[in-house]
Each structure stands twice: as C-alpha cells, then as structure tokens.
Design a protein around this ligand. Structure first.
Ligand code: PLP
Length: 368
C-alpha cells in the first residue's frame, strides 16, 4: 500500500466508525460525492462554520408558519423568544435583546464604544471584528493567541490601556480553542474604565465549558453575544441575541432603529429552544465527527488545534491559499486564510460523509 493510500485508508477507517445511529433531524447525505439536499448541488460547504443539518424539523415547521403570517407585525414573538431564553439560562429578561444575527449588535457595539477609542482582539480571531472596527474609524490592536491557543488576556489588557472594546471569542473562531474562565474574569475585572468587554459565544453550545452569561448580568460594560447561526442551523434566517445591562442593550437597540427581527426567524428560534435534547445531540454528533477528522489528520502527520467548536485549524507547513483553491476546484470549500496564521487552514465540521470527502481530497492536494 502506498503512503497515500495508507493515509486515505486510515482516514476512511477512522471516520467510518462514527455516529452509529443519527438522530432523525440529522438526515445525512450518505456517501462522499455528496449532494447538499438543502441547496441542491454537490458543493461541500466547510467554509462558514454553518450547521450541515440546517434548522431542526420543528423550527422549519414554525418558520413556514411564520412566513405565512408575515403580512403582519408580530412583536410578541420576539418577546416570547426573549422570555424563553431568559428562563432557560436564568438571566433576567430585561438583560436580553434580539437582533438580526449577532453581527448586528457586534457592529453597533463597535460603532458606539470603539469608534472614539480603540479595539483589542486576538490574532487570529473572528475577522469581522477588526474589519468592523476599522469601518468606524477605530484603531485595532491584535494580540497573538498564547501557546495554548487561548486569548492572551494580559497581553490584550497591556496592548491598549485606553481601549474602548476588548473582544474575546470563546470558543475562538477560527481555531475553535477555549480561553480559561479565570482568564476571562481577569480581563473583565481589569479592563479600562468604561471599556466594553464583548464575549462572543457563537460556538459555546459545542464546548464543555459553562457560558459567561452571568458576567453580563453581574458587571457593567460586559456584552455576551449568542447566535442561532451555528448549532441551531439558522444562519440564513438571521437571528442573534445580545446579553448585557438593560441600558447597554437599549443603546444598541437605539442604533438599530428599534428594528425587529423577521417573524419566521423569531418563530424558528422559539421552536429551536423548545426542542429538548437538540443542543446535546448536535453537540455530541459534532464532537464525534470533529474528533474523527482531527485524529485522521494527526495520524497523517498534520497538527490540528484542540477545538471545541464546529471548526478547527490544521497546520499545512506551506501557504494555505493554494491549498484552499485546490480544494475549491474539487468542490470542497474550506475557510479563508487568516493573516496571523497564513500556513494554517480553517475547516468547518460537516457531516461524516462530507468530512470523508474532505479527507480524501485534502490528502490528494497535499501530495502535490
Ligand atoms: C465568532 C462569530 N461571531 C459572530 C458571527 C456572526 O454570526 P451571525 O450569523 O449571528 O451574524 C460569526 C459568524 O461566523 C462568528 O464566527
């Protein structure tokens, strides 16, 4: 057996031992060469950390009903969504606000708090933050992740003692890695006066650590962001939450023009929150596919980040851009190049079949 076919064999063998019985909502595309049933094409989308499973069936049903009723304004559904989230997460409901995706409150917060001061982020991290900060004229300081691939919170605090925003993503996009709770608390306790700490929990559902929601309730100037775009599979529906002090949220809503979210998104969000076991099942399934994929990659000699999210990074030992392009030519889209780590590639976790197809194509591309 050649080295390549041995590596492929290891990859396929590891991945095929996965997920004995998929839950009903996880209607999987069964074989490599996979057709994406939601979109109707053969492209394997591992580039935006979306859920390969889409909205759960009850959310689809609720959203269809929401579309039918969309001739009217229905603000009460937004209220119901807030109440439900608040109750499930034991936070006061006046500390929760709903937006069209979590990117909106993030951008409003940058406009309000970073514009006249500065913003400090990690490198690499979710790059919309630096882009959004620059768009409002803020100075951006990026601090390298530490050796554990956690945020270097002390370095971040030192980078700009007058910062208006400190942004921390936990688990981090693109690495999928965690920052210890004690470090996050250190950042919150020691941030400059009046500085807003944004803790982005877009991927928290996939991780084995508790949320930082209570920090947004306990402290002034802490904003936690949540989204339905990742584990809940509702990226196209645009639904996000911001959690913080009521005055902080009112300010963001004012910048949002007191706009509200589409009825279908609100109804889909409620149905998703009401779906018992959805988070646990999707989290476990993601974990199994993630572990099998990174195990295969490591066996083939590639370092991967210790991710607890639906994405991870793999070290290529060569520039990532041509590898990403070669995979795209094979119908497999993976994440973009992150400037701080130009030889690493971000990969989103898809279905078992999609990851099998990815492994085959990846090993082939890397051989060249
Ligand atoms: C860390 C992080 N925050 C926020 C977002 C934006 O999500 P949304 O779809 O809720 O706007 C993303 C999307 O990829 C993300 O990775």
């Amino acid at each position: 057996m050649s080295a390549l076919s041995r590596r492929r064999f290891v990859a396929a063998a590891t991945l095929s031992g996965l997920a004995p019985a998929l839950p009903a909502w996880a209607v999987d595309t069964s074989t490599p060469g996979v057709t994406d049933s939601a979109v109707g094409d053969d492209i394997i989308r591992l580039d935006y950390n979306e859920s390969p499973y889409g909205p759960c069936p009850t959310a689809i049903q609720a959203m269809s009903q929401g579309v039918r009723q969309s001739g009217h304004y229905f603000p009460e559904h937004e209220g119901r969504l807030i109440e439900l989230f608040a109750e499930q997460n034991q936070v006061p409901s006046d500390h929760v606000a709903v937006f069209c995706g979590s990117r909106s409150p993030l951008q409003y917060a940058l406009a309000r708090h970073a514009g006249h001061r500065g913003v400090v982020t990690a490198a690499p991290t979710y790059d919309s933050v630096a882009n959004g900060a620059r768009a409002v004229g803020a100075t951006v300081r990026e601090v390298a992740l530490d050796a554990r691939h956690a945020h270097d919170v002390r370095g971040m605090l030192a980078a700009d003692p007058a910062a208006g925003v400190l942004y921390l993503c936990n688990p981090n996009n693109p690495t999928g890695t965690l920052t210890p709770r004690t470090d996050i608390e250190h950042l919150v306790r020691n941030k400059p006066k009046g500085c807003l700490a944004i803790i982005d929990e877009a991927y928290i559902h996939f991780a084995d650590v508790p949320s930082c929601l209570e920090l947004a309730v306990e402290h002034e100037d802490v904003l936690v962001l949540r989204t339905f775009s990742k584990l809940y599979g509702m990226a196209g529906a645009r639904l996000g939450l911001a959690i913080g002090k009521p005055a902080l949220l009112r300010d963001l809503q004012r910048l949002n023009g007191y706009n509200f979210i589409p009825l279908a998104a609100a109804m889909g969000g409620i149905a998703s929150l009401e779906q018992k076991d959805l988070v646990t099942e999707r989290k476990n399934l993601n974990r199994r596919v993630l572990q099998a994929t990174t195990e295969s990659l490591r066996k083939a000699g590639y370092q991967c980040t210790e991710a607890q999210a639906n994405c991870f990074m793999v070290a290529l030992g060569r520039p990532a851009k041509p590898v990403i392009e070669a995979l795209a030519q094979r119908g497999i889209r993976v994440g973009r190049v992150f400037g701080a780590w130009p030889q690493w590639m971000r990969v989103s976790v898809g279905t078992q079949a999609q990851m099998q197809a990815f492994m085959g194509a990846f090993l082939e591309v890397m051989k060249r």
